[in-house]
Design a protein around this ligand. Structure first.
Ligand code: NAP
Length: 248
């Protein structure tokens, strides 16, 4: 259970992030629903949480995670408002797919800046509070693409492999103060991010999943809730694939 915990979930206006926010709130957490462009959708997520009868609650905070100074401001504001932060989920992510020989520098940089540097920015600004509290949970959303690579996703796979290196290094740095840092590597999960794929491409991916189905957002949110809880106190520096067996 996450009663009285303050949790920041980046990119929680849609998809996996919004389900993580709702799941944490169901377990009693106060959730900061971060978004970049989708203000109305983030507000709808927070409203749904606040209207539910559980003990959890939510507020929204717009901030581009690729902006170092804006992330610092967001964390300071959370501390000012709530007095502490207990759980950080780095979920915000984008794709700019294309073959490497045709990929623009801008498409490479934007994906790295959001997916990898974004996670660094929030960890950089929350870790001092986690260290002082001698407690904290960091959960980074990586991808099976960061483990296996994926044709057409050199930028994305590099960012997600980077997240794995970041996770393990941060886990080693913060472990002595009881702070854990783990990564979840989702497989193919139905969200806006994967909706753009053709039916044929989706069928081809599904054929590679031993459990025979694509994942849903709850599959990832359940793992995030576990890693955020006391039940996962002895787990750090791990990459947990939630992918129907795709990457084994
Ligand atoms: P999604 O539906 O496209 O949602 C992405 C979320 O990230 C949105 O809430 C978006 O907010 C937010 N975001 C994007 N850029 C941001 C920025 N610069 N600052 C703050 N927020 C930003 O994606 P999803 O499928 O739920 O993916 C969530 C995470 O899981 C990503 O890290 C993704 O790489 C990872 N993942 C997904 C899959 C999959 O199959 N879906 C598989 C493996 C890993 P706005 O709308 O407000 O911009």
């Amino acid at each position: 259970m996450l009663a009285d915990k303050v949790a920041l979930v980046t990119g929680a206006s849609r998809g996996i992030g919004s389900e993580i926010a709702k799941t944490f709130a169901r377990e009693g957490a106060c959730v900061i629903v971060n978004y970049n462009g989708s203000k109305e959708r983030a507000e709808a997520v927070a409203q749904e949480i606040n209207a539910a009868c559980g003990s959890g609650s939510a507020v929204t905070y717009g901030c581009n995670v690729a902006d170092f100074a804006a992330c610092e401001e967001m964390i300071k504001e959370i501390i000012k408002q709530f007095g502490h932060i207990d759980i950080l989920v780095n979920n915000a992510g984008i794709t700019r797919d294309g073959l490497v020989m045709k990929m623009s520098e801008e498409d490479f940089d934007r994906v790295i800046e959001t997916n990898l540097k974004g996670a660094f920015h929030t960890i950089r600004h929350t870790s001092r509070y986690f260290l002082k509290q001698r407690a904290g949970r960091i959960i980074n959303i990586s991808s099976v693409s960061g483990i296996m690579g994926n044709a057409g996703q050199a930028n994305y796979s590099a960012s997600k492999a980077g997240v794995i290196g970041l996770t393990k290094s941060v886990a080693r740095e913060l472990a002595s103060r009881g702070v854990t840092c783990n990564a979840i590597a989702p497989g193919f999960i139905t969200t806006d991010m994967t909706d753009a794929m053709t039916d044929a491409a989706k069928e081809a991916v599904t054929a590679q999943i031993p459990l025979g189905r694509v994942g849903n957002v709850a599959d990832i949110a359940e793992m995030a809730a576990f890693l955020a809880s006391e039940r996962a106190a002895y787990i750090t520096g791990q990459v947990i694939a939630v992918d129907g067996g795709m990457s084994m």
